[in-house]
Design a protein around this ligand. Structure first.
Ligand SMILES: [Zn+2]
Length: 257
């Protein structure tokens, strides 16, 4: 068993809030990365792999393991198992990532926004899943299901950037789950992706309703929770102006208070 291909773009929506809460409270020192909903070979419930230097593992769980208790049981078994040698084709996971603080933040955001917490995966080469410089990327369930199932974070950017990106992407998850029509339209017809805009029209991408709301929310939380001020940091003045206006209209939100 050394050729496993992860299918991270097609992960069904699983609420990870309870799984993360469990992990935060049971993993000593080092919280492992968890990926559920994968197509593993017949009869295999999980595989795990790890980096050579660090203690962390990435535990990949089969799609047939769905119930929270079953997921928790599999994680428990996997944590006590020696890591397999698994070839990760086309999926540059940063398997030495300690997820403790990101999972803590994610559960706070999920509980605050009352949404199902998506999976979080640390990626060492965003170029293979989007664009190299991207801090984060949200993946949706696909088909008619627009819910966010997984958030990819760039392991190469600073921890603060990862936090802001996580909050931004989880706000997109909230938009899809609670206000799909307002922000995206029934079939996402109101929204266009970064790559849809030509190089000289990128400002219009940031000015979209969904992007302004997501980034303003991230600014709000980063300021109130961590004291980080992002006002004026965007490349376009018009974007900065709109973001500040939107942020000031949002209620203060200290997640750790
Ligand atoms: Zn966005």
């Amino acid at each position: 068993m050394n050729q496993i291909t992860l299918n991270i773009t097609n992960v069904s929506a699983v609420d990870m809030t309870s799984v993360y809460t469990y992990l935060i409270h049971t993993d000593n020192e080092y919280t492992n990365q968890i990926v559920v909903g994968q197509s593993l070979p017949e009869g295999v419930d999980f595989v795990c792999f790890k980096s050579s230097e660090r203690a962390g593992k990435t535990i990949v769980i089969d799609k047939d393991v769905k119930a929270l208790q079953d997921i928790v049981d599999v994680i428990q078994t996997a944590k006590n198992t020696d890591a397999y040698d698994v070839a990760m084709h086309g999926c540059p996971i940063a398997c030495d990532a300690d997820m403790t603080e990101l999972y803590t933040l994610a559960t706070f955001v999920a509980n605050t926004l009352r949404i199902a917490c998506p999976q979080i995966l640390m990626i060492s080469d965003m170029g293979m899943v989007g664009a190299a410089g991207m801090a984060g990327l949200a993946l949706n369930a696909g088909g008619t299901d627009c819910r966010t199932t997984m958030i990819l974070l760039n392991s190469q950017v600073s921890f603060t950037e990862q936090c802001k990106s996580l909050i931004h992407e989880m706000r997109h998850a909230w938009q899809h789950e609670k206000h799909q029509i307002r922000f995206y339209g029934k079939d996402n017809e109101k929204y266009r992706y970064w790559t849809d805009y030509p190089e000289d029209k990128k400002q219009a991408y940031y000015l979209q309703k969904a992007e302004i709301d997501a980034e303003a929310f991230a600014w709000r939380v980063m300021k109130d929770t961590f004291g980080a001020d992002y006002t004026g940091t965007k490349h376009y003045d018009e974007v900065n102006r709109k973001l500040k206006l939107e942020m000031l209209q949002m209620p203060r939100l200290d997640l750790l208070a």
